[in-house]
Design a protein around this ligand. Structure first.
Ligand code: ATP
Ligand code: MG
Length: 304
């Protein structure tokens, strides 16, 4: 399975959640995290990894080889043992590596895809903040599941509402996760017509550990298994792992070249006609913070 994790606006914690998801994916699957953010990587710096192997060496090797083990060969292990293909912090080099990996030459097209097609194998790609011209778009379009993180204030959701139809053309299976305080999942569902899977808990300690602070040889008792963020990621991963993967798109033209698909049809359970392409339909007055709303619990809501 290939899982792409993205944001559309801001920095809501995509890298941190990608790591949590990869670290807490349920057995027996083995996971590898690929840092595929065209704006450059953070993981090597945060965890003091060597500059190679990583995305650059993978992109170079993929030009010469279609070896099914290529992705694993270019990964380094994080403190808990999670294999990570880290990206250089430099955006130009990261973008060049991504474009090489997702180019149309037969040798390099399928490195992530072919690894993700392996039995009990999950490739999690941190694609960062995505727009139409992103160098990660090839991965986004290939993904079996697209996990979209968004903050949940009015401005974030107004952007999201406008871009949801586009997201629906990128993927048959988007999954929406809210981050931080703001609108509840029920309110977002009502206003956008898209049911969020849950709300990523605000967990400074759990996030710090996933950002390599403080540095540890192994995650041990402070690792993601023991944090609210890690537990939430496990719930999300369990839901994603349980659902059948949507059929692969037909080869040939990308979805962007085809007739626009409706995001409403792409998300199970979403009623037709609920998403406005011009923004939120209503003023935020009914969305005022309600103290009893468990979605606003700073420890975060569970995936449902
Ligand atoms: N759930 C969370 N709770 C508290 N802090 C968090 C959480 N997720 C991330 N953070 C913190 O937010 C900061 C940014 O996180 P991260 O690098 O994952 O964001 P990003 O969306 O990948 O950003 P960028 O756009 O720069 O790639 C980090 O300091 C991280 O510790
Ligand atoms: Mg990031």
């Amino acid at each position: 399975m290939l899982v792409a994790v993205i944001s559309l606006k801001g920095s809501p914690g995509v890298t941190t959640f990608s790591l949590a998801l990869a670290a807490r994916w349920p057995a027996p699957a083995r996971t590898v995290l690929v840092e595929a953010d065209p704006s450059g990587g953070d993981i090597a710096t945060r965890f003091s990894l060597a500059s190679s192997p990583g995305l650059l060496s993978l992109a170079a090797a993929a030009r010469r080889s279609t070896d099914a083990g290529l992705l694993w060969q270019h990964a380094q292990a994080l403190p808990g043992g999670l294999p990570v293909v880290s990206s250089p912090p430099d955006a130009d080099r990261a973008r060049a590596a991504l474009l090489a990996l997702t180019s149309t030459s037969p040798a390099s097209t399928d490195v992530l895809r072919s690894t993700a097609n392996g039995p009990d194998t999950v490739v999690i790609a941190d694609c960062g903040r995505v727009d139409h011209g992103s160098a990660a778009m090839g991965i986004v379009r290939e993904a079996d599941v697209l996990v979209l993180l968004t903050r949940a204030h009015a401005d974030d959701l107004a952007h999201l509402a406008r871009r949801l139809p586009t997201v629906g053309r990128w993927t048959p299976r988007p999954v929406l996760l809210l981050v931080g305080d703001g609108y509840s999942t029920a309110e977002v569902n009502r206003e956008l017509g898209v049911p969020p899977l849950g709300r990523v808990p605000h967990d400074e300690h759990g996030a710090a550990v996933l950002c390599g602070r403080p540095p540890r040889l192994r995650w041990g008792r402070s690792g993601p298994s023991h944090s609210a963020l890690g537990r939430f990621a496990h719930k999300v991963a369990t839901v994603l792992a349980a659902k059948p993967v949507a059929p692969a798109p037909p080869s040939g033209p990308t979805r962007a070249d085809q007739e626009p698909a409706s995001v409403l049809q792409a998300i199970p359970g979403v009623p037709n006609g609920a998403v406005s392409t011009t923004g939120l339909r209503r003023a935020p007055s009914p969305l005022a913070v309600h103290p009893a709303d468990e979605e606003r619990d700073p420890r975060g809501g569970a995936a449902s």
